[in-house]
Ligand binder design. Structure first.
Ligand code: BGP
Length: 477
């Protein structure tokens, strides 16, 4: 007999402010780094903006009603820093605060647990102009001040908080690959410094929250791609070990233990790219780590590590952002590893491997390394969807999610404490680099790439009705 999902399991779905809200200059909101970045030609698919996105800012009541009808237990969303502090610091914008009051109250009205991400990549542009954002230590205080404003305002109603979304992605894409703001490439030294600042910001927020609301549940969400060694050749097993230390444990060890993995640190020393750490920082990181309640995991895929000679491939921006299968290119760190495709696994149209068992493995790994509860804060399939006679049939999405949920159930049976499962995403939304054609939602949104937007009408897909049953049966469907 298997135990399966706990009784109070939080079946959820997720989004992020820039990707759904729109209303980019509504009611006093400040301009963000992403409002700027998407306008640089060639950076994102057709340079589609989130100006209007799917207009969740004006349609949240309709969206929440659909969640309620579905029986959703938790909704993960992020707050736009620039709605609260249009300049990142200084003056507060009451209209921004009250928008999220309304959203939170609407969720609570239907018994949906709000799960709030403090930072999902949209940084007030004013901070970029004032001091280069994450590159400057000053951002730690500004971030903690912003986060504390949220905790004070919503902490009576919001129990689940996620400090950072995918710090590993926004920093590597922003300072190594040039694909997120500020668009820098191969700047390893700044990359590690930025990460130290983000770690201090996360830690400061955890400490501030626990001071105000000791019973709140807090963690960071990490984009975890578990890694397989290419084969049994020892040098490829070593490549996997290097990958894990530098790409996975580098972040998760900070969140869970407040320390940097020693072997990764040694590598940074040889490369001359260690971050500046101030007196007391490591103690702050350890204190925060001791208070963290869960590891947030965004799980999409696994990867493969193969030894990469010193003159081998590096990081590049040659990603598949068009949905033309087979256009992604192999990336790597010369002298350590590269990440070739896995011939044993199918891929999505955007060349992401589909590997449900990887979800069970990542839960097991987190459980044995950190012994922390787990929140799956994202998991889902990006696909081209079509409306036929007013309906959207997405059996591929159902198959994808079903297979992942089955593996997650096994992880529960393995002894992992999984608290929540949030699919990415609730409605269709803007995919940062891939426009609106890469769809993830349970709810289809009639949204065109161009600035005529489409009607923005909502249509529940087949997967919406399927997930309704999953929730009803606590994962037995
Ligand atoms: C994660 C982000 C999400 C979301 C998702 C899908 O990295 O946290 O915001 O976008 O990936 O990725 P994409 O839109 O690139 O397909």
């Amino acid at each position: 007999e298997t135990k399966g999902f706990p009784k109070d399991f939080l079946w959820g779905s997720a989004s992020a402010a820039y990707q759904v809200e729109g209303g980019w200059d509504a009611d006093g909101k400040g301009v963000t780094n992403w409002d700027k970045f998407v306008r640089i030609p060639g950076k994102t698919f057709k340079a589609t903006t989130g100006d209007k996105a799917v207009d969740h800012y004006h349609r949240f009541k309709e969206d929440v009603k659909l969640m309620a009808d579905m029986g959703l237990k938790t909704y993960r969303f992020s707050i736009a820093w620039a709605r609260i502090y249009p300049n990142g610091n200084g003056e507060i914008n009451e209209a921004g605060l009250s928008f999220y009051d309304d959203l939170i109250n609407e969720l609570i009205k239907y018994g949906i647990e709000p799960m709030v991400t403090v930072y999902h990549w949209d940084m007030p542009q004013a901070l970029e102009e004032e001091y280069h954002g994450w590159e400057n230590r000053r951002i730690v205080d500004d971030y903690v001040n912003y986060a504390t404003t949220l905790f004070k305002r919503y902490g009576d109603r919001v129990k689940y908080w996620i400090t950072m979304n995918e710090q590993n992605i926004f920093t590597s894409f922003g300072w190594l690959k040039g694909m997120h703001p500020p668009g820098k490439e191969n700047d390893m030294k700044t990359f590690y410094q930025v990460n130290h600042h983000a770690n201090m910001a996360h830690a400061g927020a955890v400490l501030a929250l626990k001071e105000l609301y000791p019973d709140a549940k807090v963690g960071a969400s990490f984009a975890y791609s578990p890694c397989y060694a290419f084969d049994r050749k020892p040098e490829n097993a070593m490549a996997k070990a290097d990958y894990d230390d530098l790409q996975n444990y580098w972040w998760m060890d900070i969140y869970a233990y407040g320390r940097y993995p020693r072997s990764a640190w040694a590598y940074l020393e040889t490369m001359g790219v260690t971050p500046d750490i101030q007196d007391g920082d490591m103690e702050t990181l350890r204190k925060a780590a001791a208070l963290v309640n869960f590891m947030g995991v965004n799980y999409y895929q696994t990867c493969v590590a193969e030894y990469n000679p010193i003159d081998g491939v590096g990081m590049s921006n040659a990603m598949n952002t068009t949905g033309k299968k087979g256009t992604a290119q192999v990336q790597g760190v010369p002298g350590l590893y590269k990440n070739p495709a896995n011939d044993f696994l199918p891929t999505t149209d955007w060349d992401w491997t589909i590997d449900p068992m990887g979800l069970r493995m990542c839960c097991r790994d987190i459980t044995s390394r950190y012994d922390l509860p787990i929140v799956i804060s994202e998991n889902g399939l990006g696909a081209f969807d079509k409306v036929e006679d007013g309906q959207v049939h997405d059996p591929y999405r159902i198959a994808y999610l079903k297979a992942h949920i089955e593996e997650l159930k096994k992880a529960c049976d393995d002894g992992c404490q999984v608290l929540a499962y949030c699919t990415w995403s609730y409605t269709d939304l803007l995919s940062w680099l891939n426009g609106y054609q890469k769809r993830y939602g349970f709810v289809y949104v009639d949204r065109e790439e161009d600035e005529n937007y489409g009607t923005l009408n909502r249509i529940p897909k087949d997967s919406y009705y399927w997930y309704q049953k999953v929730i009803e049966t606590n994962g037995e469907e």
